[in-house]
Design a binder for this molecule. Structure first.
Ligand SMILES: Nc1ncnc2c1ncn2[C@@H]1O[C@H](COP(=O)(O)OP(=O)(O)O)[C@@H](O)[C@H]1O
Ligand SMILES: O=C(CO)[C@@H](O)[C@H](O)COP(=O)(O)O
Length: 499
């Protein structure tokens, strides 16, 4: 039997999956690493920790594996998007990576609009200047840490840095490059025009490859440390949401997925790159070559639950916290949460807004708060579902992936709030499975990613909307949508007190 490895370099941790030729998951390992948040709005990680944790996880997996490591034919990657890794001449990180959920770059976003122009930016990149994207982070380092920036020889995104350290080969794939705001999405190449207008040297930009392209093999050192063969074929891989789309079978018009990881995403397949969504949703390259997707993003989806657990129920596991969901009925007895802990992206691109609990009552217990947090996260995702429906997309079935899809109660809440059938696949590890599928396709096991999906993916359970809850949630969603407008100005005033 032959095998491939999919590695998902997420925000909360790295997830590694070993998949056989039938698409069965043989072993899974995961390792966590922390966010470094030294100031409000800052979110960083140490790139070398990604490498160390991945190598540890791979070594443990090889120890568990009873077959011959030579039969592990290939490996590919999925990675948290947009994070800036700035490299020196020796390809070492010059500073910690600045992540997708770091919102320090308001001034740099303004600078991009001033220098490039909103319309030109949209025309070239199909996207707006949002704090989370990579270009504002590059400009932030240039403006605030010029001595660091001067030493920069190239920049990478998180999974590209990991792959560089496993292979010594430096590349970026199109699906991740699309999230830098430097890719000409229509021409599929680096935009020389944007680079010139914002004053960046094109020499910083890495060579571009397709997600399924082979980029090398493992270095001798990594082979020795992990126990894998140094001839293991390494394929580029893609952005976590692009890989999630592959791992959830979203490679056909009309297919939609919801991912609840640290972020939350509603993603819809697009056949072409020439539709006009006016930047209201992100518009990026898919992991399937020459295909695209649109998506709305909730910055703190799983992260809101993680924050709640760490702050109020540290001793409990996620499944124990979520067991309290069913103690309370839909609507959490009048308690409403907006998940704006680190700002928001869709539909309110706002780095200053912060979260609220509205309607706290002396009768509320922790279970009401758990239910309100989960409902609030899902309402935020429903804003993106609603936006897509307004653009004319029929969303009747949604594939749900990510850590949030581990809970059956939350999957039912998703069905009730989205008023759509929610499908759980046999693995919720969509991005890691998508990465493994890129490796399987790259190894030539299948003629297309779709053929691979048909063989690898299967439905485990479906969740049908409960009519009574759908009605309750429709009323509550109307109230939820008002909270942003009513708290934006208050948060503006409070922002001066944040440290
Ligand atoms: N048993 C569980 N049930 C539901 N949600 C969970 C469970 N365990 C973890 N989660 C949620 O999943 C999130 C992590 O999802 P994951 O897809 O691993 O994120 P990332 O890719 O960002 O690292 C956590 O922040 C938490 O909110
Ligand atoms: O910023 C985005 C998408 O634009 C996020 O979706 C990141 O890609 C992080 O993903 P997770 O770690 O939450 O999976």
């Amino acid at each position: 039997m032959k095998y491939v490895i999919g590695i998902d370099l997420g925000t909360s941790g790295v997830k590694i999956t070993l998949v056989n030729r039938k698409g069965e998951t043989v072993h899974e390992r995961s390792k966590t690493y922390p966010l470094i948040q030294n100031k409000s709005a800052y979110s960083e990680q140490d790139p070398n920790e990604w490498v160390e944790k991945t190598v540890e996880g791979l070594a443990e997996m090889v120890t568990l594996f009873t077959g011959n490591p030579l039969d592990i034919e290939g490996m590919s990657f999925s990675g948290q998007m947009h994070g800036l890794v700035l490299l020196d001449e020796q390809q070492q990180p010059l500073r910690h990576a600045i992540l997708w959920n770091d919102t320090r770059t308001g001034e740099e976003c303004k600078e991009i609009y001033e220098k490039v122009g909103r319309e030109k930016l949209l025309e070239l990149t199909q996207n707006l200047a949002l704090d989370g994207f990579t270009l504002p982070k590059l400009l932030w380092v240039k403006n605030h840490e010029p001595e660091v920036f001067q030493q920069a020889k190239s920049f990478l995104l998180p999974k590209d840095y990991l792959r560089l350290k496993l292979t010594n080969a430096l590349h970026m794939d199109y699906s991740d490059a699309a999230g830098t705001l430097l890719l000409d999405v229509k021409q599929s190449c680096w935009s020389e025009e944007i680079a010139r207008l914002v004053g960046l040297d094109k020499a910083l930009f890495p060579p571009l490859v397709n997600a399924h392209d082979k980029v090398g093999v493992l270095t001798d050192e990594i082979a020795r440390r992990t126990g894998l063969s140094k001839d293991t074929n390494v394929f580029a891989g893609g952005a976590d949401n692009a890989c999630g789309a592959i791992g959830a079978g979203v490679y056909e018009e009309g297919k939609t997925l919801v991912s609840i990881g640290t972020s939350g995403v509603v993603l819809s397949y697009e056949e072409s790159n020439d539709k006009d969504f006016q930047g209201n949703v992100h518009y990026f390259h898919h992991g399937v070559a020459d295909r695209f997707y649109t998506m709305g993003v909730t910055l703190a989806a799983g992260y809101s639950l993680q924050w709640f657990k760490e702050t109020f129920a540290q001793e409990k596991r996620f499944d124990e916290v979520l067991a309290e969901l069913d103690e309370v009925s839909a609507g959490a007895n009048g308690l409403l949460f907006t998940p704006y802990l680190v700002g928001e992206r869709t539909p309110h691109a706002d780095a200053t807004i912060r979260a609220s609990f509205i309607g706290m009552d002396s009768g509320h217990k922790r279970a009401h708060f758990v239910r309100a947090v989960v409902e609030g996260i899902t309402f935020s995702l429903h804003e993106s579902v609603t936006l897509f429906r307004q653009y004319g997309k029929a969303i009747e079935t949604i594939v749900s992936i990510g850590g949030g899809a581990k809970s059956a109660s939350w999957l039912q809440i998703q069905a009730d709030i989205f008023n759509a059938k929610v499908v759980k696949l046999s693995t919720e590890q969509g991005p890691a499975m998508g990465a493994a599928m890129l490796a399987a396709y790259g190894c030539g096991w299948f003629n297309s990613l779709k053929e691979c999906g048909d063989a690898f993916l299967s439905i485990e359970q479906e969740f049908i909307p409960n009519e009574a809850n759908v009605k309750t949630y429709q009323q509550l969603f109307n109230i939820y949508q008002q909270v942003y407008g009513k708290t934006a100005e208050l948060n503006e005033q409070l922002s001066t007190f944040r440290k």
